[in-house]
Write a protein that binds this ligand. Sequence first.
Ligand SMILES: [Zn+2]
Length: 188
Amino acid sequence: MPQQSDKNLSNIFEELNKLSFRRQQLTDRRNVLALLVQFKRNNGQNEQQYSRETGELKEIDEELTVLSERKIELEKLQEGGSNLIETTTSSSVIFVDNPPPFPAPQVILDVKQLPRHSSQTQCPFCHQYVTTEVMTKSGSVTYLVCFISVVFGCVAGCCLIPFFLDSCKDVIHKCPKCRSNINTCKKF
Ligand SMILES: [Zn+2]
């Protein structure tokens, strides 16, 4: 009999884990959609033009409500189950939602503000929401650092080092969909 309730508990535990993962997914998606709607609204588009997004937002909200109800149900079951065991082990397990592994992705709409790493933005050419691909290219700083190392007597190839250091180079953001150059982050 104790084995049976152990098994039930681990099932409940597993379902709770899945549930909180799904909730996280939905919440992330919801954040992106909300941003999109806000952006479209700010750009003077009327409600019909973002009805698809608001429709999806509503669906997500409904699913989140269902998930919350199921979560409460499971937690009650789990309390009942762990009470059974508590008589022998006198320990109870507290379930907490997993924290998101990283902060919610931020969509940067002004391409001039893109940081030196891959980020989410709207491509100004194909108007799709994309995560940029980044490439590095030797820029003026690379040549400057190379020149300075020659002046200070670095020979035997030391002056070539800046060409292998990404931090000395310009970063190019590319659109993965239409392959255009979205922006170049110059070192200076
Ligand atoms: Zn594009």
